[in-house]
Design a protein around this ligand. Sequence first.
Ligand SMILES: C[S@@+](CC[C@H](N)C(=O)[O-])C[C@H]1O[C@@H](n2cnc3c(N)ncnc32)[C@H](O)[C@@H]1O
Length: 216
Amino acid sequence: MSACSLAEYYAERAAEYDEVYRKPERQQDLARLRLLLPPLVAGKRVLEIAAGTGYWTQVLAGAATAITATDLNAEMIAIAAQRDYGPAEVSLRTADAYRLETVPGEFDLAFCGFWWSHVGRGDIQRFLAGLRARTGPGTHLVLLDNRYVPGSSHPITRTGPDGDTYQQRTLADGRSYEVLKNFPDREQLTADLAAVATDVTWTALDYYWLATCVLT
Ligand SMILES: C[S@@+](CC[C@H](N)C(=O)[O-])C[C@H]1O[C@@H](n2cnc3c(N)ncnc32)[C@H](O)[C@@H]1O
């Protein structure tokens, strides 16, 4: 899937995006993540990539020193702008995850919620190189994403030549999009990060995985 069609899908989905956080079977995991994440960003200046509606921005805002939350889609940023982040210093801006040099600020930590799974196998090193160039060595990276759970996840409908997997997603009005969505396991993620990061940790919940590392 091209970056353009992924972005278009999410632009069209923005108004209904937060429904995904109302899936009943995922509530226990989500509550756990709301406890696990704040200590990871405590006192940090956070660059959030592909922040969407700001669901996790709000969770991080209680502990981080500052957050610059970015997303390619203005439709997402507009929804994120309606949230209350408390006294935290949160700035929202449109930015392409592959063009992070356009984002001003200094950062100790980058956070990607449900973005890694949309980075094609062939784009992973390009994304990481851009992130590393923008933030520098010693920057912490926190990744949160989905595990594939039959019955809860959209079925995988196709696997591409690079190993990318795809799902067919339908919006409330019936429009259907094929979306690249990868489900790496711990070994795959560790291998993908090996050239640019150290100290990789992996926490598996029932529906999600949470990983941390430090960029070298
Ligand atoms: C699965 S959503 C995740 C949103 C949010 N992080 C969350 O966890 O709720 C993926 C997000 O990636 C954004 N996106 C798509 N292509 C992008 C790109 N090239 N650069 C930055 N954001 C992009 C979409 O607009 C969407 O908000």
